[in-house]
Design a protein around this ligand. Structure first.
Ligand code: DQA
Length: 162
């Protein structure tokens, strides 16, 4: 069910495995912000933009798949940091393709300048784009991107590849 311009917009935010440990997990790579700090920043930005966020963190692939399937009818867009599942999960990719909501992939670290296995994303081809390497700001930039994509879609404006 799609909403029209002016109706309330909800964005599903998904955090993948080990992101619950942010703050203490390899701070030299992921920074010192905790997941709760990041979520607070997202809620504040959502309020400023005039939308809401529903936030889920899980260490389990199937739970993330269920949350993506559950987005239909409850969210208009998806912001996802699939974490390690970025590099392994066809199930998450297929779920995103199935619901076909405007989706942006984010990463705290720059996955293209780390180990080679991290530079491949199974998820990126089914998203509108990827924001990687800006720490906590990757999420904030990503939320702005999803918000703007959904607004354009609701008002019938063409996207970048149309
Ligand atoms: C990450 C990058 C992934 O390669 C890694 O497995 C993560 C976090 C990031 O946000 O930088 O868990 O998605």
């Amino acid at each position: 069910m799609h909403k029209s311009v002016g109706e309330h917009m909800n964005i599903l935010v998904l955090h993948g495995p080990n992101l619950n440990l942010l703050g203490t997990r390899e701070p030299g790579i992921y920074g010192v912000d905790t997941l709760e700090t990041i979520n607070e920043g997202l809620r504040d930005l959502a309020q400023e933009l005039g939308c809401t966020v529903a936030i889920v963190q899980s260490n389990h692939e199937g739970t993330l798949v269920d949350a993506i399937q559950g987005a239909l009818g409850m969210a208009e867009g998806i912001l996802i940091n699939p974490a390690a599942y970025t590099h392994t999960s066809i199930a998450i990719r297929d779920a995103l393709a199935a619901v076909s909501l405007p989706t942006v992939e984010v990463h705290l670290s720059n996955i293209h300048r780390r180990e080679e296995f991290r530079s491949h994303s199974f998820i990126a081809p089914v998203t509108e784009g990827q924001i990687t390497g800006f720490g906590r700001d990757s999420y904030l930039l990503g939320l702005r991107a999803v918000f703007s994509l959904v607004k354009k879609r609701l008002s019938g404006e063409p996207g970048c590849d149309t």
